[in-house]
Ligand binder design. Sequence first.
Ligand code: NAP
Length: 356
Amino acid sequence: MQRIDVGVLGATGLVGGRLVRLLEDHPWFRLREVGASDRSKGKRLGRLVADDEGGSLWSGAADLVVKAVDGEYASPILLSALPSGIARDLEPRLARAGHLVVSNASSHRMDVDVPLIIPEVNPDHIEAARRQAARWGGAIVTNPNCVVVGVAMALQPLHEAFGLECAVVTTFQAISGAGKPGPAAGNLLDNVLPYIAGEEDKIGKEIRKILGRATADGFEEASARVSATCTRVGVAHGHLASVSMGFRTEPRVEQVVEALAGFRGGVVDEHLPGAPQRPIEVVPGDDRPQPRLDRDTGGGMTVTVGRIRACEVHHVKMFVLAHNLVRGAAGAALLNAELCHARGMSAHTAHASAAR
Ligand code: NAP
């Protein structure tokens, strides 16, 4: 199979660096080009990300010379890990130029023709991107906020079985969720920051879009009410969330465990290379999930859920954990790109046609 060229925008950042590492030996995609800010332009990628905790970059990636993000790109698929302020204008421009832009940024997640996808949860929302492609040649496809990925994944089988009416979400978010350079270590040692700018607002909106229905001209959102409180804690990677839920039909705790443990997701037959064997793993024991012990389950792509118990205010409560840089960002975008390719989206971009 001939591999498709992809580019990574924001390749020198925490998410972009992970994307570059995940693309090593990818069976469908070949990393052809990378972009970042003017600070990095013209330098070899290996010089800029070699000091990351993942060790040296693989040689094909390390040798790539970083381009400006508004330069010329030849790859049909561009994986974007840019700050939302830059992505807002740039991503539509790239889509209009015929690229399939698969984005981590929040700027276009709620747009009417832009799918906000977790492949195991709402793969059919991808059809909305065809409306963009018909207009522009290219399209933007997005993955959710790094907390929302794990929480929405865990809520989906419960919503389907019992009808989610409300959720109260309290997060304990890792330092790497703030990007480079992140909060000063001194501010997080012996401390918890009880506010993350712009975060709480996204959580309910994105969950409702993901759990909703794609229609012929947009999305019909799920009606569940969501109250979110977001905090930053001194953990390197892995966002933990405490979630308390109320349903239309009150489930027993065992039914909730069963629905979560049995969840396989909507793309199991598509054999996407980045899909974990188990999208959700229910961990036993009163002291799990923990970021350090559980974030790398399924290569960082499995969401772990534990402490599922009756709630004194709503019906049931639980803890949900997802690796923010993998399932919450780089791995999520790559899986979305794989879904697009499996469903023929990449073949419809103007760039793909030109490249053939
Ligand atoms: P980051 O570590 O700060 O990296 C930002 C990247 O964007 C770098 O490559 C940087 O290049 C580039 N950049 C910054 N300013 C730019 C400009 N003016 N023009 C062009 N490029 C510019 O951020 P991150 O944590 O990887 O996050 C990237 C995106 O993913 C953000 O939209 C974020 O909200 C989203 N996201 C992050 C996470 C997470 O856990 N961190 C999870 C989900 C989604 P230089 O190195 O050259 O400055």
